[in-house]
Each structure stands twice: as C-alpha cells, then as structure tokens.
Design a protein around this ligand. Structure first.
Ligand SMILES: Cc1cc2nc3c(=O)[nH]c(=O)nc-3n(C[C@H](O)[C@H](O)[C@H](O)COP(=O)(O)OP(=O)(O)OC[C@H]3O[C@@H](n4cnc5c(N)ncnc54)[C@H](O)[C@@H]3O)c2cc1C
Ligand code: FES
Ligand code: FES
Length: 476
C-alpha cells in the first residue's frame, strides 16, 4: 500500500507534489481503481498518493464560450447522470456513467479516473471517443490538450507523463441534427464489467447520415473506432439493409480475446448485435426511452459535491493522526494511515457493524455515509476521512429508537444470516432520505450495489416498502 498520503488544498500544490515525487506518486480521485490496484500489488512502485478530491472548482460540468462542454477531473459518474446539460447534449456519456457499477461507487468514481485507468472495458471512454473528446494534461511546467484517440497506447497505457494531471475533458455537444447512444452487454444487469460496449454518434441531414462515429470497447487493447462501418454509412439513410451491413462491417475492426467473460467469437457477434441495435434505435429516435428519469443517487442532499473545502493541505505519513467524527463522536486515530476507511472503522474505532464482504467495491456490506454520501468504505483510503463526518450502521438508531429501515427489517424477517444487512440498512436509510416514498424500481436501483449471499431479496424489498410506510406514520 502507500507510504504517504497527501491531500492538497489547491491544484498548484497537487502539481508541485507530482513534480516532486513523479514515478512513485499517483493521483487518487475516487480511488475505485487505484485502491484495488495497490491492494493487488499491481503498482509496486507507487508509494505516494495525492488526493485531489478536496480541491475546489474541479467538479464542474459546463458549456463554455468556445462551444464545448467541459467536464472537470473530479466529476463523478453520478454527477454525469444527474447533469441536465449532459442529458440533453451528451446522452451516450450519461448512459455509460449510469451503467457503471452501483450508486455507492458512482458517488466516488470519476470520469477522469475511468479514462486514465485505460482499461479496454472502461465504459466512459467508448462514448467520449465517439463524441470526439479531447483531454487537457497539466504539469507545473506546461499544459497540452490532445484528442482522446491519441491518448491511449495499449492496455492500461497512456501518453500521460508522471508529472501530469488530467485537468479537463472537453467535446462538442450534440446538436439537433446529431444523435448518439451507448449500449453495454454485461453478464448481469448491474455491477457488470462490459463483455462488449458500443457507442454510435450520427450526424444527419434530413434522413441522410453525413458523419458517423461508431466506437467499441472490450474488443481490442484500447477502445477502437469502426472505420469500415462509419465509411459505409456516409450518404445513406438508415434502412434495415444499410444497418445490417454496417453492423457486419463493425465486426471487422474488433480483435477480441477469449477470457472469463466471453470468447472472442461471442464478443465479435455481440459487436454486430449491439451496433445493429444502436443504429436501429437512432433511426427510430428511441434512444432516450430506456434512460431513467430521476435516477437514484444515494448522495443525500449534497448533489454529489464535496461541500467541505480545506484552508490548507494535509500530509499523512507514518505518524500524523486522522481526526474525524463518527456517529457524532470525535475520534483521533493514529496508526491507520495505510489502511482503508473500512479497516480503520473496524480495527481502530472498534465499530464492527460495518462488514467486509469482498473488499473490492462489489458487495456493499461496507456501506457508510461520508459527509452525507453513501460510499463503499473498502474503496476509500483512511486518510481521506480526515476532517469528515462518517455515519455507520451503529449511528442509524436515534435516542434508543431504531431507524424505520431497521425496524422494518425485523418486522419483515429480512435478516437471514445477517452479514449483508448493515449495508442494505445504510442503502435503505439513504434512499428514504432522498425519496420518502420510493417506487419498487427506485428500491431496486438503490440496492444494485448490495449483494445478499443468502439471496432472499423479496423480504429485503418488502422491508424497504414497509420502512417507507413507517416513516410516513412517523411524519404524521
Ligand atoms: C465494484 C466496481 C465496479 C466497477 N464497475 C465499472 C463499470 O461498470 N464500468 C467501468 O468503466 N468501470 C468500472 N469500475 C472501475 C472504476 O470505478 C472506474 O474506472 C472509475 O471511473 C475510476 O475513477 P476513480 O475516480 O475511482 O479513479 P481512481 O481509482 O482514483 O484513479 C484511477 C487512475 O486514474 C488516475 N487519476 C485519477 N484522476 C486523475 C487525474 N485527474 N489526473 C491524473 N491521474 C488521475 C489515478 O492515478 C489512477 O491511476 C468499477 C470499479 C469497482 C470497484
Ligand atoms: S463493497 Fe466493500 S466489502 Fe464489499
Ligand atoms: S442475509 Fe446472509 S448474506 Fe444477506
């Protein structure tokens, strides 16, 4: 794991730290990729983490005077999903961010982090490439803006230098004559890495296609275009025959491998299927139909923003204590600087209600609230919690009275072996804070990040419904 964890208060400070530590340092944003990479020993040289998530002004999504949409490096997938501007003018990116993991992970995971991890299966890259995106890389000495298509050099490899930080993501918003879509095929409906993903952005003059961008993920070392299919579509209307041919041509670009998620042959066939589906949907103008209005965020009242800004940066090396408030009580913890927030809560603060199921962000058993947002504590470095307020499952009951979601779990018999229960309770409490009367669909969305190995979801969903009723009674 890391030796020193810096939390700079300004961008200049972050860039100076990168310049100073270079190859042994990495930026950490949401941490949902880098923490796992460090845990698995995939980055043995990295000893310094530079946490940029408390630098103000880096989480904006704006249309600038240059006519481009600019996305800051701290914009999370949930912020993308909630953005009206992106919903109207960059639907494929919103669809990709919505397909990413679970609400707790999306509350932390950034689009910038997705780009820089540079996995061929990463979802945001596919629509961003189809939208003609550029990224801006800044060091303390220089700044450069390069097309995304030139950014990737191989599996998890980019042209970014050790002293550079990605500071901006920009692309032209879609106009009335341009339409786009992102589609993903995973092995389950939520929390799934793409077996294949496809994005298509088409420019029309009347019914005729005048520009076409079709990108594919998880079928080559980097996200790729589909030049043969794109060329074929130019000057054509989207008839069934044109679409069938384009979908077949798209498979010519794919050079997939066999792996645990699918064979190369299956992936190539899915490129055809998804491309056909994408083009047919764009022809019919139904690309918005499956996209949810009012998606569940589990971010409380903060709209996903880090509301607490720093007057000065922090350094957590061997000895500096982590000061935080947990369930309303102040704690000063020493010796936890190299742990995750989950381990610090359990081992140093002694609150063992928060469970470790997978330690990889997959199961939700470690869900806590940090500064009001539901997050996976196993994906957060403990020093990130310095000067934050954390609520664990032990903090849900107030004045000896159980939270309605806790009471409902007992009433409905929703606790089985009980291991996953704290995580479900936290997801449920945050959902009820956001939506006091959630629909069945909203309940299901709120627990996409929570797995129950005893698999009794019916009673859990009933308990969520019952909790809403209890809450309503309390309010009357
Ligand atoms: C359970 C789970 C499910 C997931 N599901 C999906 C999925 O469905 N689809 C998908 O695409 N991904 C998925 N991911 C991967 C991950 O969540 C995303 O790639 C995410 O967008 C990474 O963002 P982050 O802010 O957490 O990155 P971090 O982990 O903070 O950083 C990732 C990399 O980017 C670098 N970095 C981050 N920001 C900057 C910057 N501004 N400048 C320079 N370097 C920077 C870091 O040094 C690191 O190398 C999943 C992860 C988990 C744990
Ligand atoms: S998601 Fe954190 S332990 Fe499983
Ligand atoms: S109740 Fe046993 S894992 Fe969910």
């Amino acid at each position: 794991m890391w030796e020193t964890y810096y939390t700079p208060a300004t961008l200049d400070e972050a860039l100076s730290l990168l310049a100073e530590h270079r190859e042994v340092a990495r930026i950490i944003a949401g941490g949902t990729d880098i923490i796992i990479e460090l845990e698995r020993g995939l980055r043995p040289d990295v000893r310094v983490l530079i946490d940029v998530t408390r630098i103000p002004g880096l989480d904006e999504i704006e249309l600038w005077g240059d006519g481009l949409i600019h996305i800051g490096p701290l914009v999370t997938h949930n912020q993308v999903v909630a953005s009206q501007l992106l919903g109207e003018r960059a639907l494929p990116l919103v669809q990709a961010s919505w397909s990413e993991s679970s609400p707790q992970v999306r509350n932390r995971a950034t689009v910038a982090g997705n780009i820089i991890t540079a996995s061929p299966a990463n979802d945001a890259i596919t629509p961003l490439r189809a939208l003609g995106t550029c990224v801006t890389l800044r060091s303390s000495a220089a700044e450069r803006t390069i097309p995304l298509v030139d950014f990737f050099t191989g599996v998890r490899k980019t042209v970014m230098q050790p002293d550079e930080m990605l500071t901006d993501i920009s692309f032209r918003p879609l106009d009335a004559n341009q339409r786009g879509i992102f589609l993903k095929h995973g092995l389950r409906r939520a929390q799934a890495i793409a077996v294949v993903n496809v994005s298509a952005v088409l420019w029309f003059e009347g019914d005729v296609v005048i520009e076409a961008f079709i990108t594919q993920g998880s079928v080559a070392p980097t996200i790729i275009g589909s030049p043969e299919a794109e060329r074929w579509l130019l000057g054509k209307t989207l008839t069934s025959e044109t679409i069938d041919k384009a979908a077949k041509l798209a498979t010519q670009a794919a050079i997939p491998i066999d792996d645990v998620r699918g064979s190369a042959e299956y992936r190539r066939e899915m490129v055809r299927v998804l491309t056909k589906r994408a083009l047919s949907t764009l022809r019919d103008g139904t690309e918005r139909e499956d996209h949810p209005a009012g998606p569940v965020m589990l971010w409380g009242k903060h709209a996903g923003r880090v509301h607490q800004r720093l007057s000065q940066g922090f350094r957590h090396g061997e000895n500096e204590p982590i000061e935080l408030t947990v369930n309303g009580q102040k704690h000063v913890v020493s010796g936890a600087n190299h742990k995750t927030l989950l381990r610090m809560i359990r081992e140093d603060i002694g609150l063992t209600g928060t469970k470790e199921g997978c330690a990889e962000g997959e199961c939700g058993a470690c869900t806590v609230f940090m500064d009001g947002m539901a997050v996976m504590a196993c994906m957060i470095a403990a020093p990130r919690a310095h000067q934050t307020e954390v609520i664990t499952v032990e903090g849900l009951a107030k004045n000896g009275k159980l939270h309605p979601i806790q009471q409902a779990f007992i009433d409905e018999g929703a606790v089985q072996c009980g291991y996953c229960t704290p995580g479900f309770l936290m997801a449920g409490a945050k959902l009820l804070e956001e939506r006091p009367s959630p629909s069945r669909w909203e309940i299901e969305q709120s627990i996409t990040g929570n797995l129950c190995r005893c698999t009794g979801y019916y009673k859990i969903v009933s308990a969520f419904e019952q909790a809403a009723k209890l809450l309503e009674k309390e309010r009357k």
